[in-house]
Design a protein around this ligand. Structure first.
Ligand SMILES: CC(C)(COP(=O)(O)OP(=O)(O)OC[C@H]1O[C@@H](n2cnc3c(N)ncnc32)[C@H](O)[C@@H]1OP(=O)(O)O)[C@@H](O)C(=O)NCCC(=O)NCCS
Length: 170
């Protein structure tokens, strides 16, 4: 593939240096790549066994971001329709601040909506400004503080929620 190949074009249509990012549901083949990205994040519970265990559960939903055939981020939900909890969202370190985290969560919430999930809850560390920026941009509202939610370092969590209207098409 050379730089004039349409598949290498930026969304604006010009041949740029940033590769195109695609978003899709996770498959079994993605398990090693997802756990490798999880391992980049401190205190991550996402070793290969736990990724596989959660992936195989019927009440979870994973979305991955992919560039040039490589997974560069993932987001996961635990679903109890019509409600759900964000399990995690992690973008590969060198791919951050390009809008991938925002899009991942947006796509994940859209996929969840198709499964009858209209309410998404999450917790976030007060100091996690990139994550809080994404949640605010997606319309999540702060609902309170969960005392001593996090360990290592011990910290309270900010709790947030986003509610949407499900449109049923007959
Ligand atoms: C949180 C995370 C997923 C964000 O991924 P990302 O692809 O960088 O996110 P985006 O590029 O879509 O958005 C990040 C936003 O934070 C902003 N940002 C980045 N660093 C910031 C900082 N120090 N202070 C304030 N805002 C900051 C960016 O400018 C961007 O906002 P903008 O689009 O309005 O400019 C990524 O940082 C990550 O994997 N962190 C480790 C895991 C984690 O903390 N997950 C969240 C668990 S609650």
């Amino acid at each position: 593939m050379n730089s004039e190949d349409p598949r290498m074009m930026t969304p604006e249509g010009s041949a740029g240096s940033a590769p195109v990012t695609g978003y899709r549901e996770m498959t079994l083949e993605d398990v090693p790549a997802v756990s490798a990205i999880g391992a980049e994040s401190s205190q991550s519970p996402w070793d290969e066994k736990s990724v596989l265990t959660y992936f195989l559960r019927e009440d979870t939903l994973f979305t991955v971001a992919e560039e040039e055939g490589r997974v560069v981020g993932f987001a996961a939900l635990l679903m109890t329709p019509p409600e759900s909890d964000v399990l995690d969202i992690i973008v590969k370190r060198e791919k951050r601040c390009r809008g991938i985290g925002f899009r991942l969560l947006d796509v994940l919430c859209d996929q969840a909506l198709l499964r009858g999930v209209d309410t998404v809850f999450l917790e976030v560390r007060p100091g996690n400004l990139p994550a809080r920026r994404i949640y605010a941009k997606l319309g999540f509202l702060e609902t309170g503080i969960r005392k001593n939610y996090y360990t290592d370092p011990a910290e309270d969590a900010i709790t947030m929620v986003r509610r949407r209207n499900i449109i049923y098409v007959s």
